[in-house]
Design a protein around this ligand. Structure first.
Ligand code: AMP
Ligand code: MG
Length: 407
């Protein structure tokens, strides 16, 4: 059986961003940059005032106070968007507004609140440091500087910055379309009446919700399909044509009705691997065909949750062009003991907490692959190596934390 590390490597090897397309700025939000963005302009474009007030020479206002104000000649006004022709000389001040260009000769702005104008003179009642209230040319961004690198998610503030440097359109990676299919004749949906022997479908909801957390994806949710080869073939064929990637659940273990692998093979998909030395999620299957891939996830919801985070999510993030696709890897002390059989890596759903400056991972509940409520109560996954049989409380384990800030 292939190991988790080997399987993940096979998955990631096939995850490469494919097409770059040009998008108008606003339509690029939630997509990923496919180019480095270099600013052709300084932001701000020139030194300008951060306040309404008076542009002065520091020399002239040094030591100014309520009792001993600096008294300067008011020689003009610079509204926002304008600059003064001419310059300020000793003993002079110019009335200036936020955003207006600092006149030549001036090196400091005194805000209006500490001044008074009387008979064409400006009285400055407080001293300011040299350079006070001036936004410097290029202080935010410098011309020629890489502002954002390839792989950056375009958030609303990225859009704002792009606008501020005059970028009307940017190259982004094409969003991916993901098909979700749940297989199983025993499955009923949310509104259906429960009876003995039936199982309510949660996997398609779980997966669609997980996918919603990743910007720049489109989802085609095919819902539930029964274990019948012709129905499965029809749905998988449609999905393989309409989507870049198929996520199916169920039908990949050894039982008579486990038909997903058969159907994928009939449609020309080639098996990359099937079965991984891990618990839960052992029957995970991975297929490819002409650059498209299909994940045959197990049916058990907790295995779906874990396989999604450990395999599908990194595949998607890397394929979408994100710089970071891995979870944040931490070391934490396991609060509980854990015993297991040798041979399979165990994924434990845990809750990370800080105690006396240390990170502890507490088992979030029963770890059975059918117990989805434990997933809902967890915030991370601990990895217990295949060769281990017993882990003592307080032992340090590797933990995967799936933060959206990671991209
Ligand atoms: P399978 O791998 O198809 O044998 O499924 C394994 C277990 O997962 C069975 O108990 C199924 O009933 C359950 N299961 C499969 N699909 C779903 C689903 N969509 N929602 C909830 N449970 C499921
Ligand atoms: Mg099944």
């Amino acid at each position: 059986m292939i190991t988790y590390k080997e399987a993940l490597e096979e998955v990631l090897r096939r995850a490469t961003p494919k097409f770059a397309i040009k998008k108008y700025l606003i339509d690029a939000v939630n997509l990923v940059l496919a180019e480095d963005i270099v600013s052709s302009e300084n932001v701000p474009f020139s030194d300008n005032s951060a306040m309404d007030g008076f542009a002065v020479r520091f020399e002239d206002i040094k030591g100014a106070s309520k009792e001993k104000p600096a008294i300067l000649d008011l020689i003009g006004e610079v509204p926002a968007g304008k600059s003064l022709s001419g310059q300020i000389s000793a003993g002079e001040a110019v009335s200036i507004f936020t955003g207006a260009v600092i006149p030549e000769g001036a090196d400091t702005v005194v805000e209006i609140e500490v001044t008074e104008v009387k008979d064409g003179k400006v009285y400055v009642y407080e001293e300011r440091e040299i350079g006070a209230n001036i936004r410097r040319k290029g202080e935010d961004l410098k011309a020629g500087e890489i502002v954002f690198s390839k792989g950056t998610l375009i958030t609303p503030s990225v859009v704002g910055v792009l606008a501020s440097i005059g970028k009307a359109s940017v190259k982004v990676f094409k969003p991916l379309t993901v098909a979700i299919i749940s297989t199983g004749s025993e499955l009923i949906d949310i509104g259906d009446k429960m009876k003995v022997g039936l199982v309510r479908n949660s996997n398609t909801y779980l997966l669609e919700a997980h996918l919603k957390e990743i910007p720049s994806l489109k989802v085609l949710n095919y819902g539930v399909v029964s274990d019948d080869i012709s129905s499965l073939e029809e749905v998988f064929e449609d999905a393989s044509m309409s989507a870049d990637l198929i996520l199916s659940t169920g039908g990949v273990s050894l039982g008579d009705y486990d038909l997903v692998k058969l159907v994928l093979e009939k449609l020309g998909f080639k098996q990359v691997f099937w079965k991984v030395a891990q618990k839960p999620g052992k029957p995970l299957a991975f297929y490819e065909k002409n650059g498209k891939v299909a994940f045959g996830l197990p049916g058990n919801p907790a295995a779906v949750h874990i396989c999604f985070l450990e395999y599908v999510r990194p595949y998607l993030l890397k394929s979408l062009g994100y710089q970071k696709w891995s979870p944040i890897v931490l070391k934490a002390k396991l609060m509980d003991s854990h015993s297991k059989k040798k041979g399979r890596l165990n994924f434990l759903r845990v809750f990370l907490e800080e105690k006396n400056g240390e990170i502890w991972a507490r088992k979030a509940g029963k770890q059975g692959s059918g117990v989805l409520s434990t997933s809902a109560r967890s915030n991370a996954i601990a990895l217990i190596p295949a060769e281990r049989e017993f882990v003592e409380p307080g032992e340090i384990v590797e933990v995967h934390y799936f933060s959206n800030n990671g991209w």
